[in-house]
Design a protein around this ligand. Structure first.
Ligand SMILES: Nc1ncnc2c1ncn2[C@@H]1O[C@H](COP(=O)(O)OP(=O)(O)OP(=O)(O)O)[C@@H](O)[C@H]1O
Ligand SMILES: [Mg+2]
Length: 465
């Protein structure tokens, strides 16, 4: 066996992870230990299976590397026991040359990988590194799954259409970074909801989330609203006040309707973002700020740039990652789900509207929804307030939805019953969550009992994996 310690080419950040090395050969044990220490792992060693099991009982580890010919129980038995007592631990086995069958048996028992002795030190290093990387990935996925499980409908976002799935994937991804995000989408498509999800899934979740409506700021006061001001900076400024950017320090500032920000303030904002400093109105000193910026607009910023109404450099600064939200008319399959979510949200013991008539549902499906989810939400809220019985009827809908002129435009594949549409949504959610009903219910934004009730009602079969 060659013993050399070349610096590793693969960079692994294994901090916080632990490994147990089990081998009765001192040389192998020490070699593995050196590699693991070099990678920053917390290392335990054992030369017998009982020693190994004792160590594991005291402190569970992330990774085990074990020889298969280890005294007492042997590697395969050790592998079995780890599999049943610590299923989250990844095991790699070391086998003798010419005993490939044992290696195969080991992988059947759950070993992630194997190395055949005698091995080259680089091979061992690479395999341990790979193992650690997969453990880290598993860990990240577990955290994400846990977050999905504990947050209703992915941060309150409802919808299982392919387009929304794509949005969730992006949200998940960008939430783990600190880059600016630009959210584009028509009015009412959920831009603010998405911005909040990004914040609350990320590392800044316990810090402030500050929404700033750039279209609602009084033009003469925008600068002081954003950057703050000193006492006496202008008439009426009786006290010094921190601006919105400063109050989000450490957290996320959501610049909503960024397209409405006047051009002169765009340059001041750009400067603040580049230098990570702001200067309150009337102040001589600057204040350091640490912010995550999420901006949103329903305007076409590129044509605004061409028209000279939006600064291109600010656009580049904000548009590092982009999320485009689909209009509701492009994901109509989500309508039944949204309706059932809003029905549950707005109905109460006095107005217990539990469901919607098929005719009314069909109306909702053919309508174009220029105001997107917000318009749908308002329509349902209004219908619940006006409705008299337990079923929402066409007559309860806003007047523009009562005309049936475009009923024919419903495509044949959309002409399914509500039950069928909800059933499909449930199936899709179950597929997405690998059959985890609790997670599926969260994804769908419905209660667990509602899901169970619907499953019983429709009896959808679990899709094959
Ligand atoms: N996918 C969704 N699931 C559930 N509710 C949603 C979804 N998208 C939007 N909503 C609801 O619709 C309403 C509008 O959403 P939001 O304010 O996030 O939209 P917006 O894109 O910021 O709209 P605007 O451009 O008009 O400000 C909110 O009440 C929000 O809760
Ligand atoms: Mg908004």
């Amino acid at each position: 066996m060659e013993v050399e310690a070349k610096p590793s080419s693969l960079k692994t950040s294994a901090a916080g992870l632990s490994i147990l090395i089990v081998d009765d050969e001192d040389a192998t044990r020490e070699l593995c230990r050196d590699i693991a220490l070099e990678m920053g792992l917390e290392v335990h060693t054992a030369s017998t299976t009982s020693e190994a099991l004792e160590t594991l009982e005291q402190s569970p580890v992330d990774v085990v590397v074990t020889d298969l010919r280890v005294p007492q129980l042997g590697g395969l038995e050790l592998l079995k026991r780890i599999g049943s007592s610590q299923p989250n631990t990844s095991v790699m086995v070391l086998t003798q040359y010419g005993t490939i069958e044992t290696a195969v048996a080991a992988t059947r028992l759950g070993a992630r990988d194997y190395v055949t002795k005698p091995f080259h030190v680089e091979e061992l290093r690479t395999k341990i590194e790979r193992l650690i990387q997969s453990v880290e990935l598993d860990h990240e996925n577990r955290v994400l799954r846990e977050q999905l499980r504990t947050r209703p409908g992915f941060g309150g976002l409802i919808g299982v259409s392919t387009k929304m799935q794509r949005v969730y994937k992006m949200v998940e991804k960008v939430s783990q970074h600190n880059y600016p995000v630009l959210i584009l989408g028509e009015s009412g498509t959920g831009k603010e909801l998405v911005a909040r999800s990004i914040h609350f899934l990320g590392v800044r979740q316990n810090k402030p989330f500050v929404p700033v409506d750039c279209s609602g700021l009084v033009p003469t006061l925008i600068e002081s609203e954003l950057f703050g001001h000193m006492k006496g900076a202008f008439t009426g400024a009786q006290h010094a006040r921190a601006g919105l950017l400063e109050s989000g320090n450490g957290g996320t500032v959501f610049l909503d309707e960024i397209g409405d920000l006047p051009v002169d303030l765009q340059s001041k904002l750009l400067r603040a973002l580049q230098e990570r400093e702001i200067r309150p109105v009337g102040a001589t000193d600057r204040v350091r700020i640490d912010l995550r910026i999420i901006a949103a607009t329903n305007r076409d910023l590129e044509s605004a740039i061409r028209a000279g109404a939006f600064r291109q450099d600010l656009y580049f600064r904000l548009n590092v990652m982009q999320i485009k939200l689909p209009p509701l008319r492009e994901r109509k399959s989500d309508i039944p789900l949204l309706v059932s979510f809003f029905l549950e949200k707005f109905s109460d013991s006095q107005r217990p509207i539990r469901t919607i008539s098929e005719d009314a549902m069909r109306r909702l499906m053919v309508y174009d929804w220029p105001g997107n989810v917000r318009e749908l939400e308002n329509a349902v809220e209004r219908a619940v307030a006006l409705g008299s019985g337990p079923i929402l009827h066409i007559a309860d809908l806003p007047s523009n939805l009562q005309q049936s002129s475009n009923e024919k435009s419903l495509e044949s594949n959309e002409l399914t019953t509500i039950d069928e549409m909800i059933r499909r949504a449930i199936l899709r959610a179950l597929r997405e969550t690998n059959g985890d009903k609790l997670a599926a219910a969260r994804l769908l934004g419905i209660g667990k009992t509602t899901l169970y009730r619907k499953l019983k009602q429709y009896g959808p079969e679990l899709p094959p994996n």
